[in-house]
Design a binder for this molecule. Structure first.
Ligand SMILES: Cc1cc2nc3c(=O)[nH]c(=O)nc-3n(C[C@H](O)[C@H](O)[C@H](O)COP(=O)(O)OP(=O)(O)OC[C@H]3O[C@@H](n4cnc5c(N)ncnc54)[C@H](O)[C@@H]3O)c2cc1C
Length: 502
C-alpha cells in the first residue's frame, strides 16, 4: 500500500498526486467515479463531445505565478496548448451588441458607442479592469509558509490594486451595475455569474482575460484532466477508480483505515481528502466539521453557493457566424420556478474533434441559486419521470428561443444532454450541486482554509472549497499546498522547482 492515500481524483486530487510523486512520496488516488477529473470532465453523446467545465482557465500568462504550476502538472507545455480569443463574450440586448474585448481600448470605444450616456462610469470601469491586472493568486507556497519576504513581494506586486479593492469590495455586481443606465452594460457586468457576487469578481475576471491570463486549453476540460492524469501516472502514481470512501477508522488522532463501499480498505500513513468537504466530513465524521465550514453551511445567506442547468445541442452544420460565447435577451422562460430573461450560449467550434465532421456543439448555461437546488433535489427524489419531463420542457423552451435568435440554424439543433444541479451532486457529491466554492459576496469573509483539521494529525485537505470562490486555479494550488503542508509537518524537504524559481 502507498504511504499516501488521496481520496478524490478531481483537479485538486491529481495536483496533490503529482506533487506527492515529485517529492518522493508514494501515492495512490482513490476516485469514486469511473474516471478521474471530477467536475473538470467531459463525455460523449451521439458522437458529440460534452464539455462539462472550462470556459476560462486562470493561469495562462507566464507573468503570473500560477502559470508555473500549470506547467509543472503538465497542462501547459507550450503556447499552442492555449486557445486565445479576441473577445471573452458578446452581449446582445435587443439587437445592440457589445463585447468584452481582449483589447481594452477597443472595449472602451465600443461601450462608449453603445452607451454614451454612461461615459464617465465606462471610463472608470475600464481603468478598474486595468488596475486589477495586478492581482496575483498566491500559488507557490501556502499562506502560513510564505514568510515575510515572499509576503512583501506579493503585496508589492498587487499594491496598485489595493485601494480599488478596499473601495469596491462591499458592492455586489447588481449594486455596481446600478451606476450604469445602459442594460447592455449591466449584462456585461453580471455576465453569467450570480448577481450577489462582489463586484471585484467582474473586475478580476476581465482583468485576467484582458492581460492574457484567462484563456482556454486546446481540447477543453479533457485536456486538463488527461494531461494531469498522464503526468501523475508517468511519475509512478497509481489510480483506482470506482472506489468510494465511506468511512474511516481513527486511532491516536490519526486516520488509520479508509473503507470503501465495495468492502475494501486501505491503511495509509498519510491521507489527503480532495473531495467536496461535504463528502469529506460525511466520511471522516461530522464531529470534525470546523468553525469555517460549520459557519458557512449554517449561514447560506452569507455563504451562498450556485450551480447551473446546462443544456447541450448538436448543430447540423459548422458554426461560422456565431460568437464563441453570447448572452442575449429573449422571451422569459421558467427554470425551477424562476423567470429567466436571457440565454447564455457557448460554442466549441474552434475546439478540435468536439463534433463529427461538418457539425458543431453548443452549450446553454442557466445559473441556479442556492435555494433552487432544493427544487431539483425534491423533483429527482420524488418523481423521476417528472424530473426527466421538466428537463425536456426546459430544452423545448430554449430551442424555440435559439431558433428565433439564430434563424439561420432553424431545424438544425438537436438536444444532446441536460445537466441539472442534481447531476453534479449525484455524480460527484457536489454540495447543493455547486460547481465552485462559496460565492464571494461583500459579506463573505475572504478566508483561506488552513487545509488541516484539528485533532487529525495525518489528514490534509485539498480542493476548490478551501479558497473562495473556488474554480480550477484554487483546486490546482490547494492540491499542491496539501503536499507542502504534509512535507513541512513531517520535516521532509520541498523539492518543487516552482518554489525555488520564484
Ligand atoms: C459546469 C461547470 C463549469 C465550470 N467552469 C469553470 C471555468 O470556466 N473555470 C474554472 O476555473 N472552473 C470552472 N468550473 C469549476 C471547476 O471545474 C472546479 O473548480 C474544479 O474542477 C474542482 O476540482 P476539485 O478537485 O476541487 O473538486 P471535484 O472536481 O469536485 O473533485 C472531487 C472528486 O472527488 C470524487 N469523490 C467524491 N466523493 C468521493 C468519495 N466518497 N470517495 C472517493 N472519491 C470521491 C468526485 O467524484 C470527484 O472526482 C466549472 C465547473 C462546472 C461543473
Amino acid at each position: 500500500m502507498s504511504e499516501l492515500a488521496i481520496i478524490g481524483g478531481g483537479v485538486s486530487g491529481l495536483a496533490a498526486g503529482i506533487y506527492a510523486q515529485m517529492s518522493g512520496l508514494e501515492s495512490e488516488i482513490f476516485e469514486s467515479h469511473t474516471v478521474v477529473g471530477g467536475q473538470c470532465t467531459s463525455w460523449t453523446r451521439k458522437g458529440f463531445h460534452i464539455d462539462n467545465c472550462v470556459h476560462w482557465m486562470t493561469g495562462t500568462s507566464p507573468k503570473k505565478e500560477i502559470y508555473k504550476v500549470w506547467q509543472e502538472v503538465g497542462v501547459i507545455t507550450k503556447e499552442e496548448d492555449i486557445l486565445r480569443h479576441d473577445y471573452f463574450l458578446q452581449v446582445d440586448i435587443d439587437g445592440v451588441k457589445a463585447h468584452v474585448w481582449r483589447n481594452l481600448d477597443k472595449m472602451k470605444q465600443e461601450l462608449l458607442s453603445v452607451a454614451p450616456e454612461d461615459e464617465k462610469e465606462i471610463k472608470k470601469f475600464i481603468k478598474l479592469i486595468k488596475t486589477f491586472q495586478a492581482i496575483e493568486l498566491p500559488s507557490m507556497v501556502p499562506n502560513e509558509q510564505m514568510g515575510f519576504c515572499r509576503n512583501m513581494k506579493l503585496v508589492l506586486k498587487m499594491l496598485k490594486a489595493i485601494p480599488a479593492f478596499a473601495k469596491y469590495q462591499k458592492l455586489t455586481l447588481a449594486e455596481y451595475a446600478q451606476r450604469f443606465k445602459s442594460p447592455i452594460i449591466h449584462r456585461i457586468i453580471y455576465n453569467y455569474v450570480p448577481e450577489q457576487f462582489y463586484v471585484i469578481s467582474a473586475f478580476y475576471m476581465y482583468a485576467m482575460f484582458t492581460m492574457g491570463n484567462a484563456d482556454l486549453p486546446v481540447g477543453g476540460s479533457d485536456s486538463i484532466t488527461n494531461r494531469m492524469r498522464d503526468k501523475y501516472l508517468s511519475l509512478g502514481g497509481k489510480i483506482s477508480t470506482k472506489k468510494k470512501a465511506i468511512n474511516v477508522e481513527i486511532n491516536n488522532k490519526k486516520i488509520t483505515k479508509i473503507k470503501f463501499t465495495d468492502g475494501s480498505d486501505v491503511q495509509p500513513k498519510y491521507v489527503i481528502f480532495a473531495t467536496d468537504p461535504d463528502v469529506t466530513f460525511n466520511v471522516i465524521g461530522r464531529q470534525y466539521l470546523d468553525e469555517h465550514f460549520k459557519f458557512s453551511y449554517e449561514h447560506p445567506d452569507l455563504y451562498p453557493v450556485f450551480s447551473d442547468v446546462n443544456l447541450y445541442f448538436a448543430i447540423d452544420g459548422k458554426i461560422k457566424d456565431l460568437p464563441i460565447m453570447e448572452i442575449f435577451n429573449c422571451e422569459p422562460y421558467q427554470v425551477a420556478g424562476r423567470d429567466h430573461k436571457v440565454i447564455i450560449t457557448n460554442n466549441y467550434t474552434d475546439q478540435p474533434n468536439f463534433a463529427p465532421e461538418g457539425k458543431d456543439v453548443m452549450q446553454i448555461l442557466m445559473v441556479q441559486y442556492d435555494y433552487e437546488y432544493k427544487y431539483w433535489d425534491d423533483l429527482y427524489n420524488t418523481d423521476r419521470e417528472k424530473y426527466k419531463a421538466e428537463k425536456q420542457r426546459i430544452a423545448d423552451d430554449i430551442l424555440k428561443r435559439l431558433e428565433t435568435h439564430y434563424p439561420q440554424y432553424k431545424g438544425k439543433f438537436t438536444l444532446l444532454e441536460v445537466v441539472t444541479p442534481k447531476s453534479f451532486n449525484r455524480f460527484l457529491g457536489s454540495y447543493k450541486g455547486s460547481y465552485m466554492g462559496f460565492i464571494q459576496t461583500p459579506y463573505t469573509k475572504k478566508e483561506v482554509h488552513k487545509g488541516v483539521i484539528e485533532g487529525l494529525d495525518n489528514l490534509y485537505l485539498a480542493g476548490q472549497w478551501l479558497q473562495t470562490p473556488g474554480g480550477l486555479p484554487n483546486a490546482l494550488v490547494t492540491g499542491k499546498f496539501a503536499i507542502q503542508r504534509l512535507l513541512k509537518r513531517e520535516n521532509m524537504s520541498d523539492k518543487f522547482c516552482s518554489v525555488k524559481k520564484h
